[in-house]
Every structure is written in structure tokens, then in C-alpha cells.
Design a protein around this ligand. Structure first.
Ligand code: CO8
Length: 256
């Protein structure tokens, strides 16, 4: 039983919907635990080939819950390692898509960036307004925004707290694609279904390779990719995928 999220399954795709409309999906501790627990459980389920995280039409998430944080002391934050659990999403191996409409501010923008890629409605607004509250991003925003946008835009966004609309976010490389708001969820499902129709272990290895690009040198990254590429010749899905091409038919991946 979840209080802050809704869960839905369509075939091999799972949808996690952030559901605190009264607070524009502000990310409190309960929501963090429910989202992370749900994502981890779905990640352990081989019948799930892709996961979408979305919010409402008005807000993906308007940030960490300011009312929950406001009265905390340094020691409260440090002792609880406040919001450290969000990092567990970065270790989810199943492809994770953020479908963002409306506000994705502060922790909301950071949650979207924790996903493998972002599909944005044309209504999406991204920003890291923490400095307006006397703090800085705390769920990886300074690091992931800098990698996504480069130093100039990340610095400007974080130091001014301005919001970026969907068109600028696409142009800057923060989001994969912009979609009319009324088609966002259908398009996210279509994209997730395409990914989930492929081999799950191959998708997981592909994710590892792309993520390695942000953690290592080019030479080491290319070496890592080549070794994983070689290892796929031990899978049934490589045999099936290539046989299907040669036989001019659709592949039937068994995720093995
Ligand atoms: N936290 C708590 N409640 C919120 C939040 C939030 N982040 N955002 C909105 N709400 C609440 C409002 O208080 C309001 O509740 P109520 O009706 O009870 O007053 C309700 O949601 C609706 O909001 P508004 O009336 O403000 O709606 P508007 O359409 O007028 O404005 C905005 C929408 C522009 C999104 C506005 O709500 C806003 O500016 N929200 C705050 C945005 C923000 O500053 N986000 C960053 C938060 S800090 C953060 O994310 C840091 C993350 C790192 C922490 C890590 C710690 C280790």
C-alpha cells in the first residue's frame, strides 16, 4: 500500500506516478522510500523491461519538500544522511525513463536526471532554484546538470535559479525529446515498450557502457565496451537477434 505513488503495469512496462498533488509532488521522505522501494522491486522482476517515472500535468515534482526540511538542524540532516537513498535509483539496472510535464524543480529536476533519459512535455520547466532558499542542490544536481548542460549553463541555472523551458532543455541536451503534453504518457509507454521488447540483459549492459562514459577515460571506456560486446556472444539473445536478421523475421528475445 503506497501513500505517495501509484503503480501501473502495461505488459513489460511499469509506471511509477508521483502522487502528492496537494504539494506539487514535493519529494518528502515517504515518497523517496516508496519510489526507491518500488523501483528496486521492479528491477528485481525479470518480467519488467522498462520503468517510467512520471508526475502530474502540473508538476513532475516541485522539489524536495521544503516544509519537511525547513526546521532540520545540520546534525539532523547529517545523521539521517538526508535523501541519500535517492542515489539507489542510479543503481537500478532496468532502463528508467523520466516523463516530465510541468515543474521539475530542485529535487524534481535531480530525480529526472537520475533516470536514464528524460522525455519532456512541451509544458516542462526545469530548474535548480535551491539558492533562493539558502541552500544548494543536494541530490546530485550540481554534478548531473553540469554533465548534461556543460559548465556555463549549469552555473547560470544554479547561481540564478532560473527555469529552463522544454525547448531550451532539448536544445541543451538535458532531455531526449519534447512531446506535446497530451501525448507525453502514450509516447513514454511507446518508447518504454520498444526498449522492453529487446533483450533485458543486453539493455542493462548497454546502460553500463553509457554510464561508464561519465566515470572513466575514453580509452578505458572503449575497452570496457569492447569486453562487454564480446561477452554478449555468450547469450542466446545474440544468437536469436542475428539469426532473425538473416532469416528476415522479428527476433524473439528470451532475455537469456
Ligand atoms: N515543498 C513543499 N511544498 C511545496 C513545494 C515544495 N518544494 N512546492 C510546492 N509546494 C506546495 C505549496 O506550499 C502549496 O501548498 P499550500 O497550498 O499548502 O500552500 C502547493 O504545493 C501548491 O504550490 P503553490 O501554491 O506555490 O503553486 P504555484 O503554482 O503558485 O507555484 C511553484 C508553483 C513555482 C512550483 C512554487 O510552488 C515553488 O516555487 N515551489 C518550490 C520550488 C522549489 O524551490 N524547489 C526546490 C526545493 S529545494 C530542493 O529541492 C533541494 C533538493 C536537495 C535537498 C537534499 C537534502 C540533502
Amino acid at each position: 500500500m503506497s501513500d505517495t505513488i501509484l503503480l501501473e503495469r502495461r505488459g513489460r512496462v511499469a509506471l511509477i506516478t508521483l502522487n502528492r498533488p496537494e504539494a506539487l509532488n514535493a519529494l518528502n521522505e515517504a515518497m523517496m522510500n516508496e519510489v526507491v522501494d518500488a523501483a528496486r522491486e521492479l528491477d528485481r522482476d525479470p518480467s519488467v523491461g522498462a520503468i517510467i517515472i512520471t508526475g502530474s500535468a502540473r508538476a513532475f515534482a516541485a522539489g524536495a519538500d521544503i516544509k519537511e526540511m525547513a526546521g532540520q538542524s545540520y546534525l539532523d540532516m547529517y545523521a539521517a544522511d538526508w535523501f541519500a537513498r535517492w542515489s539507489e535509483l542510479a543503481r537500478v539496472r532496468t532502463p528508467l525513463i523520466a516523463a516530465v510535464a510541468g515543474y521539475a524543480l530542485g529535487g524534481g529536476c535531480e530525480l529526472a536526471m537520475l533516470c536514464d533519459f528524460i522525455l519532456a512535455a512541451d509544458t516542462a520547466k526545469f530548474g535548480q532554484p535551491e539558492m533562493k532558499l539558502g541552500v544548494i542542490p543536494g541530490i546530485g544536481g550540481s554534478q548531473r546538470l553540469s554533465r548534461a548542460l556543460g559548465k556555463a549553463k549549469a552555473m547560470e541555472m544554479i547561481l540564478t535559479g532560473r527555469t529552463m523551458d522544454a525547448a531550451e532543455a532539448e536544445q541543451s541536451g538535458l532531455v531526449a525529446r519534447v512531446i506535446p503534453a497530451d501525448q507525453l504518457l502514450e509516447e513514454a509507454f511507446a518508447t518504454a515498450t520498444t526498449i522492453a521488447s529487446r533483450s533485458l540483459p543486453v539493455a542493462m549492459l548497454a546502460k553500463e557502457c553509457v554510464n561508464a562514459a561519465f566515470e572513466t577515460t575514453l580509452t578505458e571506456g572503449v575497452h570496457f565496451e569492447r569486453r562487454l560486446f564480446h561477452s554478449l556472444f555468450a547469450t542466446q539473445d545474440q544468437k536469436e537477434g542475428m539469426a532473425a536478421f538473416i532469416e528476415k523475421r522479428d527476433p524473439r528475445f528470451t532475455h537469456k
